[in-house]
Design a protein. Structure first.
Length: 345
């Protein structure tokens, strides 16, 4: 008798949980759709969302908490490091800095060298890519940002990321993803008006919020669903590697059927496109015929950055104002002279 009561109790719990799950799924389905126009938010039936606007598209997950919706954007890592062994560089190291010109002050430290600010104070007039080369091979590097730019309300401060170059790589792509407001958690409420549902976000949209569109916006909704599909696929790939040409134009993946790998040069080459030399001489940044594969390094540790003694000079100096003649300019593009209006082969 006792075992029967226990069995019935367990079945009741399972049925109740199933009913709650179905009710929650119906809630996601009911409110799924496009809210807003050029800017706004899209809610999907699987519990994900897209916050979009001018040059902005942030995906994440959301949950219902009583009458509120709680949103958790997919966070970007503060720093990312990709490494490659480049035989062509010999006993030297080359580094491409991506995203360090934007936002707060950033710093880098190589081995026992002094910590350097990546860009000078009040820098402007940028000329990417930002490529830095130094003698020897680095064993360790530290990337940092001023604490107030990355600090969290709970006191956890991981503004200094340490990396170990155990593979002996000498060609790096360093990425800084500037902390942005749209990646912070936010909440919302949905209310019904005479015409349609309206969602009011805690961080965007003002007091009026965003109105939900009907079936007439089917085309735009399909475009957003395709955007979501592409994003989901890119997440599945897991960004553990990328490819880049000699000027650091990056490609997330390549058609392996087209490229041949040469172990001696550690280079992937597309020999099917070798007849376009004249074109690529004028479009060197977009030349994808020879690519190198960069593998992502995971940080060995993270801690709080304390701004102490810094080197006198930043890695890059860039300015339109005083000292503009000393500004950094990328010099990796080869110059070709035209003869009789034609580019030599």
């Amino acid at each position: 008798m006792k075992s029967l009561i226990t069995l019935l109790f367990c079945m009741a719990l399972i049925n109740n949980s199933s009913a709650q799950h179905q009710a929650m799924n119906s809630r996601y389905k009911k409110h799924a759709g496009l809210y807003g126009s050029n800017t706004g938010i899209s809610l999907f039936e699987d519990g994900t969302f897209l916050l979009y606007g001018y040059a902005t598209g942030v995906f994440g997950r959301y949950f219902f908490e009583k009458d509120y919706l709680l949103f958790y954007p997919d966070k970007q890592e503060l720093f990312e490091v990709f490494a490659h062994k480049n035989p062509a560089l010999g006993d030297s190291t080359r580094i491409n800095f991506v995203g360090f010109e934007r936002g707060s002050k950033t710093f880098v430290k190589f081995d026992q060298d002094s910590t350097q600010q990546v860009f000078n104070e009040d820098s402007n007039c940028f000329d990417a890519p930002f490529v830095y080369q130094k003698q020897g091979r680095i064993k360790n590097l530290i990337l940092s940002i001023l604490s107030e730019a990355s600090s969290k309300p709970n006191g956890e401060d991981k503004s200094s990321w340490h990396y170990s170059n155990e593979s002996g790589s000498n060609d790096f792509i360093l990425v800084h993803n500037t902390p942005k407001r749209e990646y912070e958690h936010f909440s919302a409420m949905i209310s019904s008006s005479k015409n349609a549902e309206v969602i009011k976000l805690s961080n965007y949209g003002g007091n009026e919020g965003y109105q939900k569109h009907g079936p007439e916006e089917k085309k735009q909704w399909q475009e957003i669903l395709e955007w979501k599909n592409q994003y989901d696929q890119s997440k599945d790939l897991k960004k553990n590697a990328l490819y880049a040409n000699k000027h650091y134009h990056t490609y997330p993946e390549i058609d392996t059927a087209k490229y041949r790998y040469d172990a001696k040069s550690n280079l992937y080459s597309d020999h099917s496109d070798q007849g376009n030399d004249a074109y690529y001489k004028q479009n060197q940044y977009n030349d994808a015929r020879h690519l190198r594969k960069y593998l992502k390094l995971q940080p060995s540790s993270k801690d709080k950055f304390i701004e102490g003694n810094l080197a006198n000079k930043s890695i890059f100096f860039s300015s339109c104002d005083e000292g503009a003649e000393q500004s950094y300019h990328y010099n990796g593009f080869e110059k070709y002279e035209e003869e009789d209006g034609k580019i030599p082969n």
